[in-house]
Design a protein around this ligand. Structure first.
Ligand code: UMP
Ligand code: MG
Length: 186
């Protein structure tokens, strides 16, 4: 069994759909129709919008209620419980916004609401995931870097904006095969 680190945004919580939905509700179409989740190409959503609109994008995900109300990604909550049931030690490893005021508390609220207090106790909130020990890190960021050489192997959580990242690609429809076919990952 392994110590598995699972990222929150873009892996458990659907940041992209809520950002797009909020943009569409708040912005007249003639200004910008928004970037649909399947059209996203940069890891930071902001960078997929023209420069003069980036502050407006940031205002959406820094606003009160944004993180609290993210919908779970299909299959994510069941997968976490299934990993635990297989005997793995599973932790939620997430990086908060530097504009932390609404993000940090709401990330905890989200886990409490969708997974319960036992999972709140499994949260590791850090700006540098290389400082956290683990066997694998399931994360949608194409390159996860920091101050140290990580002990974990990064398994990319498949998203439209990380298609250029090399290596294994996992999503909640194939995770059992990906983990099951890799030597030592059972
Ligand atoms: N984030 C941004 N800009 C974006 C998209 C996400 O700053 O356009 C933030 C939200 C989270 C962090 O705080 O990046 C992603 O955290 P991880 O999923 O890498 O833990
Ligand atoms: Mg992420």
């Amino acid at each position: 069994s392994m110590l598995i680190l699972v990222d929150q945004d873009g892996v458990l919580a659907d940041f992209e759909h809520r950002l797009y939905q909020t943009w569409q509700q708040a912005t007249p179409t003639h200004e910008h129709p928004g970037v649909a989740p399947h059209e996203r190409r940069h890891f930071y959503a902001k960078d997929d919008y023209p420069e003069h609109l980036r502050d407006a994008v940031q205002r959406i995900y820094t606003a009160p209620g944004f993180f609290r109300n993210l919908p779970p990604i299909d299959g994510a909550l069941d997968a976490l419980q299934a990993m635990l049931a297989r005997g793995h030690d599973v932790r939620i490893c997430t990086s908060p916004l530097t504009l932390y005021q609404n993000c940090v508390g709401e990330k905890y609220e989200w886990v409490d609401r969708h997974l319960g207090a036992e999972w709140v106790a499994r949260m590791v909130v850090t700006k540098d995931k290389t400082l956290v020990h683990g066997d694998i890190l399931i994360d949608d960021k194409p390159h996860v870097t920091g101050a140290r050489t990580p002990t974990w192997q990064h398994v990319v959580y498949d998203q439209p904006y990380n298609q250029q990242a090399p290596g294994l690609r996992l999503h909640w429809g194939n995770w059992q095969e990906i983990l099951g076919t890799h030597p030592g990952w059972d």
